[in-house]
Design a protein around this ligand. Structure first.
Ligand code: URA
Length: 422
């Protein structure tokens, strides 16, 4: 077999065989298929698609490129959640300890932010001392100590995806449902979780801009998980506006701690509790209601154990950016529109995200929203505060927000927070 034959087949709209897929993924992982050949194949897949059988074979081949973790030695079921990414999406932070406090183990491998969406590891790294990289034995120790662990995937887990995702990122081939579904699910299946809840975001701040595209991605991923023996469900949730009031690493950790303390913005609390119920149901764990675990302090206790077990100080003062600028309401009325993408792009330009994957992030940078869509505002009232380490960053962040919010006489329609369940 050779790479050109596989590329030509997909270019001409021919279905790839399991043998062709196995071969190309293994050869690419070894370095026998060159990056330029794999990027041509990824572009052919983006343009011509793959059917469900090809996507399943592609996912299995990526899993086989590395190790598959196993948690069968644990005495309780495992459950995980994956979000396709959004603006202000800090849900993993309160959710993982919450589900642990309700009786399931949560072994979560997470990623870093790229572009306008934030990454869970960047958020947690704003806690002084907290370590993202753990060995498998350390992961097991944190799971046994705290019931939940959130850490970076080691190099042994789906190495084919690690290489291919970096290549797709620089070749305009990220936005392909077969490639996104197989990328996410190969890592989640290899992670060894027994059940999985997918939070597929919809709207301007998400990969999937329409409910139809999100539904197709969700259905593809649920089928991949179920076929691999992982109990998988998906929620389609709103990302037309930011989630919560905080966007940016340390700012989002602070908001998550408010949720764990029984407070926090209502949309973050509602989605956290809903996802926790879904995870517990998928894991077959009955008993404690997640809303009670937020009220009685047990989720906060699990958070503190989880952070401490990974070297972090749960009582540490979090980093703050040196400079702030406030954006005021231009008139009185209703905040009719607050675009998730515009806010995400502004936070990125303030330093909360990175332009290249090796860049550092600013932990204190980001945006605090003082009003959410539908709120009444008065002219001159603060709408949001921008945080950055250098004043030079404000101009481009304000440009990103230009046209991204509107005060009007009446509210505009918003997507429901939970749009559908698959
Ligand atoms: N997240 C992933 O892990 N892979 C993709 O392809 C897109 C988002």
């Amino acid at each position: 077999m050779d790479a050109i034959e596989v590329i030509r087949a997909k270019r001409d709209g021919v279905e790839l065989s399991a043998a062709q897929i196995d071969w190309v993924i293994a050869a690419y992982t070894r370095g026998d298929v060159a990056d330029e050949q794999m990027s041509a194949l990824a572009m052919a897949i983006l343009l011509n698609g793959m059917n469900r059988r090809e996507i399943a074979d592609w996912t299995q081949a990526m899993i086989r490129s590395g190790e598959r973790m196993d948690w069968s030695m644990l005495d309780r079921p495992t459950a995980d959640k994956h979000s396709t990414g959004g603006v202000g999406d800090k849900i993993t932070l309160p959710l993982a300890p919450l589900v642990a406090a309700c009786g399931a183990y949560v072994p979560q491998l997470s990623g870093r932010g790229l572009g306008h969406t934030g990454g869970t590891l960047d958020k947690l790294e704003s806690i002084p001392g907290w370590l993202a990289s753990l060995s498998n034995d350390q992961m097991l120790h944190v799971l046994r100590t705290a019931g939940a662990v959130v850490c970076a995937a080691g190099s042994g887990l789906a190495p084919a995806d690690k290489k291919l995702y970096a290549l797709r990122d620089v070749t305009g081939t990220v936005e392909s449902i077969p490639l996104i579904a197989s990328s996410i699910m190969s890592k989640k299946i290899a992670e060894g979780t027994g059940s999985l809840v997918l939070d597929v975001k919809v709207g301007s701040g998400a990969f999937m801009k329409t409910t139809e595209a999100a539904r197709e991605l969700a259905e593809t991923m649920v089928a991949l998980g179920s076929d691999a023996g992982v109990r998988t469900v998906a929620l389609l949730t709103a990302m037309d506006r930011p989630l919560g009031r905080a966007v940016g690493n340390a700012l989002e950790v602070e908001e998550s701690i408010e949720v764990l303390a029984g407070g926090g913005p209502s949309d973050v609390v509602e989605l956290t509790v809903r996802l926790a119920r879904e995870m517990l149901e998928a894991a077959g764990v009955a008993g404690k209601d997640p809303a009670d675990a937020l009220r009685d302090g047990s989720a906060m206790d699990a958070w503190r154990r989880m952070i401490s077990a990974q070297g972090g100080n749960p009582d540490a003062i979090l980093p703050r950016a040196a400079e702030t600028v406030t954006v005021q309401a231009p008139s009185s009325g209703v905040l009719a529109h607050l675009d998730a993408y515009a806010v995400g792009l502004a936070a990125w330009r303030l330093g909360a995200g990175r332009a290249r994957k090796e860049d550092p992030v600013s932990f204190g940078a980001g945006i605090m929203l003082h009003a959410k869509p539908g709120d009444l505002v008065r002219e001159g009232q603060p709408l949001m505060t921008l945080h950055a380490d250098e004043t030079a960053r404000f101009e481009r962040a304000l440009d990103a927000l230009d046209g991204g919010y509107e005060v009007a006489d009446a509210a505009r329609d918003l997507l429901p927070l939970v749009i559908d369940r698959i």
